[in-house]
Design a protein around this ligand. Structure first.
Ligand SMILES: [Zn+2]
Length: 480
């Protein structure tokens, strides 16, 4: 068995590479390798195998996708204090504290005294429950750290799961072995790294031309000029990542009608229009957020779904890089008339998005905070900041399209029909707005519902119902 105490054998590079191979877009706010190194550092501080603690976190958070009860902002990577879906558990002020707490908790099971001041809020619970010093090995954590610590559907008892090396602790060790093997394989068969945006075509629209939308109190700032600079940097980074980039203006002084700029994206995978926002006539120091507008819901297309997904992903990236006081908003705005004359009132208010929709291209308007806010303006006037912003945006887009490629390959054979199954007598199967247990409930199906339902899309084990009412967890269904 594998001791809880000891020196780590994996390197931070190896840990980061393994994590990114499983989830190219982990919800971690600091560089992934730096994050991994914290496990090694905190582990060494307490004499605990930090590399295995990291794997434990991969398991607990679903490779830092955080689809469960615990949210990324808790910095709680092993569900400390998370006893059920309604109890999110402990919050830690930063990554390092959360990791140290987790490592101290593991050491509590092991029983050796802590070296460092205890930051684990659950350490005292270990003492109260008589669990201090009850597990010297990772494999012994099933049934203690995690309860029951094995799949009750697959095994009749913990002992049976342990014998099959498939209980909580064994799974951690198995994942660890996979990580060690993963890196070796990479070393012996080096694969030429393919550019993440190879084959992807992107259209960028600098939102305005000439000298347009000047900041009311900082004369150096024109929205048109700064966004022109930004779009050239975006182009540079996207091209470095393998994308083909087209832009809507040949030079900063020519204008094109709004919808024509959106239509310039014809044949592209994505359309982006760059802006900074304004509120009122003068400065407004209290309004500072990123707004990302995506295409309005359109049941006859998928470009709106893709644009919504990218909006939800890129919003937090921009707000994090810019450090906006009020984070970000993901928005749509519908036109009040039927612009394309198809009889459906779902057209986009913004001309550029209306244009991109007419050529079936996912479109976004990126409002990089407000040029009526001094802090935001001064930030955007720094070329180094624009460079970091463009790079982060390009990296997010690259990660989105690398993931999407995988999704396309693994695309399930939708649509298909299901019936309710595996739901306890008297229980209900909830229908939710999004494919996650924390999303709004939009309906329910009885345990004995005899009807067939059509699934039109799958995501993370959830299926979207054709009726449009929402998503159900496919575990509680069978194909029919
Ligand atoms: Zn604008």
């Amino acid at each position: 068995m594998t001791k809880i105490l000891g020196k780590s054998v994996a390197t931070a590079e190896q840990m980061a590479a393994f994590l990114l191979s499983k989830n190219p877009n982990p919800k971690i706010n600091i560089p992934v390798e730096t994050f991994c190194r914290l496990f090694l550092y905190m582990g060494a501080l307490e004499g605990v195998r930090g590399d295995l603690s990291f794997i434990q976190s991969c398991k607990e958070t679903g490779y830092f996708a955080f689809n469960g009860t615990v949210k990324p902002e808790q910095n709680n990577y092993a569900g400390l204090g998370t006893t059920d879906v309604n109890t999110p558990g402990a919050y830690f002020p930063d990554e390092a504290t959360g990791i140290l707490a987790q490592i101290q908790h593991a050491k509590g099971y092991e029983g050796t005294d802590l070296v460092y001041d205890c930051v684990d809020p659950r350490y005292k619970v270990l003492i109260q429950c008589g669990k201090l010093g009850t597990a010297k090995h990772w494999e012994e954590l099933g049934g203690s750290w995690a309860v029951p610590g094995y799949s009750t559907k697959k095994y009749a008892s913990l002992e049976e799961a342990n014998n099959a090396k498939d209980s909580y602790g064994y799974q951690i060790v198995n994942m660890f072995n996979e990580m060690i093997g993963y890196e070796k394989k990479e070393e012996t068969t080096p694969v030429e790294k393919e550019l993440p945006l190879k084959g992807i075509k992107i259209c960028i629209d600098p939102g305005h031309y000439g000298k347009y939308n000047r900041c009311p109190s900082i004369p150096a700032y024109y929205e048109s000029e700064v966004m022109w600079k930004l779009h050239l940097l975006q182009k540079k980074y996207l091209e470095e990542m393998g994308a083909v980039v087209v832009t809507t203006r040949k030079d900063a002084n020519t204008d094109l009608a709004l919808h024509l700029r959106g239509q310039a994206a014809k044949g592209c995978h994505l359309f982006i229009s760059d802006h900074s926002n304004a509120v009122g006539g003068g400065m407004n120091e209290s309004i500072d957020y990123v707004a990302v507008y995506h295409l309005c819901e359109d049941l006859s297309a998928t470009c709106d779904d893709i644009s919504e997904e990218i909006a939800k992903g890129i919003g937090p990236v921009i707000s994090r890089v810019m450090g906006t006081n009020q984070g970000y908003k993901v928005l749509t705005r519908k036109a009040s008339n039927d612009r394309n004359g198809d009889g459906v009132m779902n057209d986009n208010y913004y001309g550029v998005l209306h244009g991109s929709r007419t050529v079936d291209v996912p479109g976004l308007i990126l409002e990089h905070s407000f040029h009526t806010n001094t802090k935001a303006v001064n930030w955007l006037l720094q070329d180094a900041n624009l460079d970091a912003l463009a790079k982060a945006e390009a990296e997010y887009i690259a990660s989105y399209f690398s993931n999407t490629e995988v999704n396309i390959e693994d695309k399930p054979d939708v649509p298909y029909c299901i019936r309710v199954a595996n739901v306890g007598v008297g229980d209900v199967l909830n229908i939710r707005k999004e494919p996650t247990v924390s999303a709004l409930k939009t309906g329910q199906l009885a345990y004995n519902d005899p009807n067939k339902y059509t699934i039109v899309e799958e995501r993370n084990g959830w299926g979207r119902l054709k009726s449009g009412i929402g998503w159900i967890n496919l575990y509680y269904t069978k194909r029919s």
